[in-house]
Design a protein around this ligand. Structure first.
Ligand code: C2O
Ligand code: CU
Ligand code: CU
Length: 479
């Protein structure tokens, strides 16, 4: 089948929200979509790789006129794309030359918490550099790096601290799908901003406790981007890197998009659709097939009714490869019959947001799960008044499988591994979660101002050897 709807409850879309900022056309010429360079390793052996990720301030020409003051990783805005090879050990130097502390969170990477994971307990102070070491051992996927200092994640990400981080493996490399970075396999980081006087951003001025948004779509740091399509098939890796915005994507002529991967890697089977909604922090990979277009044609990508990216069709060679009907095996062990079912309740709006009736406490451990055991987590969104709002629920520490939505089957494109799932108002989503590393991990709504506002908690993954292990957690007021 070809699906033609966004799956989620329309009554909860962000455009029903009082503070909704509609996208507007920014009056500037079309420019080529930025394709970030791939971060070069400092050193590499058969088994180990050394990288430096440098959070730095800078200035970026985003729109005509004065440059915008921005932050980035190894560049002035956003970051170079980091490529991890599954099976290798990484030694990453985290360097901070920003005027304030930050953290380096590997969203979607399966690593120990809380220090390597890079949540709020792992600050890197201005002028400091720290090395972390971890082994990457997970399926090929599109993950990302972003800053996560609590409660300033919204501020940091708005300034530009977000980058793509791909995981590669042999299975994905062997499939007949596009793999040529920047040519037929492109990243698209979806963000929105408001350009104020002298083209500057003003996070505090635009701040909204239900999620900060701006009217101008910015894709990979480009406003009004276009991309030259030189192959029949194009693989697009979307990341919703916005603080708050949901993107309801569709193409000219209702061109079919074939989704092949979600947060944690390849879907079991490709799913075809003409409309796709992505919510904060989610990733989705699509294959677009331009076989019915000829050189000179243009295809637009829209969010709602706003064109946000133009594909310029160029000459391309015919491509008869078919996307395999089966892409990957995804199966989590079932929890033991009497295993504890964890409960997560997301409630409130604006400053009142809470998780399980509490605001986040940096020193408090709210839940526990044993290393390597699979358990259910029931995630409830109580915002059912007046249409309510969607909360994209995210867990650090690994990937989960979506079991059900209010007892019904998940959406057809939710059968792969996920680390973020949007929960409709009044809905309970059951997920199956297994942690492969020990530590303290956060879980929260990924509307970043909700997370900063306290719709967040943390849990300890414990081991038989050391069930009560103590971690040196930071208190909020030491930041
Ligand atoms: Cu994108 Cu706490 O994470
Ligand atoms: Cu995360
Ligand atoms: Cu939320």
């Amino acid at each position: 089948p070809i699906y033609n709807d966004y799956f989620f409850n329309e009554s909860a879309y962000d455009y029903h929200d009082g503070g909704y900022v509609p996208l507007e056309k920014y009056d500037s010429p079309t420019v080529p979509l930025n394709i970030p360079e791939i971060l070069k390793p400092d050193k590499e052996t058969d088994t180990d790789v050394w990288l430096t990720v440098h959070a730095q301030p800078g200035e970026t020409q985003i729109v005509p006129g004065p440059k915008t003051k921005t932050w980035g990783y190894n560049q002035s805005l956003l970051g170079k794309t980091i490529v991890f090879k599954s099976g290798k050990t990484y030694h990453v130097t985290l360097k901070n030359t920003l005027p304030e502390l930050t953290t380096f969170h590997w969203h979607g990477l399966d690593v120990p918490g809380p220090f390597i994971d890079g949540g709020c307990h792992a600050p890197v102070y201005p002028g400091e550099a720290k090395e972390i070491t971890f082994k990457v051992d997970q399926p090929a996927s599109t993950t990302w790096l972003h800053a996560h200092p609590c409660p300033l994640t919204g501020w940091d990400v708005w300034h530009g601290l977000a980058a793509m981080a791909y995981v590669k493996d042999e299975h994905e490399a062997s499939l007949p799908i596009p793999h040529n970075y920047g040519v037929d396999d492109i990243p698209v980081v979806l963000q929105d901003r408001r350009f104020h006087e002298d083209n500057q951003w003003d996070y505090d001025g635009d701040y909204d406790p239900d999620g900060t948004a701006g009217p101008t779509a910015m894709l990979n740091g480009t406003v009004n981007p276009e991309f030259d399509v030189t192959t029949q098939k194009l693989r697009v890796r979307f990341l919703d890197g916005s603080n708050r915005r949901e993107w309801r994507l569709h193409l000219s002529d209702d061109l079919v998009m074939t989704q092949i991967a979600s947060d944690g890697g390849l879907l079991p089977e490709p799913v075809q659709m003409t409309k796709f909604m992505i919510t904060c922090a989610e990733r989705a990979e699509f294959i677009l097939d331009f076989k019915d277009y000829k050189p000179g044609d243009k295809v637009s990508l829209y969010s709602d009714d706003m064109p946000i990216l133009t594909f310029n069709i160029k000459e391309f060679a015919k491509d008869d490869t078919e996307i395999p009907e089966h892409l990957a095996d995804t199966s989590y062990p079932d929890p033991e019959p009497n295993a504890h079912v964890h409960q997560v309740v997301m409630s409130g709006t604006d400053e009142e947001v809470m998780l399980n009736g509490k605001k986040f406490g940096m020193m408090r451990i709210d839940d526990r799960q044993e290393l390597g055991k699979s358990e259910y987590w029931d995630i409830t969104n109580t915002n059912d008044c007046c249409g309510g709002m969607l909360h994209p629920y995210h867990m650090h520490g690994g990937s989960f499988q979506i079991v059900s939505r209010n007892g019904e089957a998940p959406y057809p494109n939710e059968l792969g591994y996920k680390d973020t799932v949007s929960v409709n108002p009044g809905e309970t989503v059951r997920i199956k979660m297994k942690f492969n590393y020990e530590g303290v991990f956060m879980y929260h709504c990924h509307i970043i101002e909700h997370e900063d506002g306290g719709m967040m908690a943390q849990m300890q993954v414990w081991t038989k050897e050391e069930p009560e292990k103590k971690y040196d957690l930071m208190a909020m007021d030491t930041l």
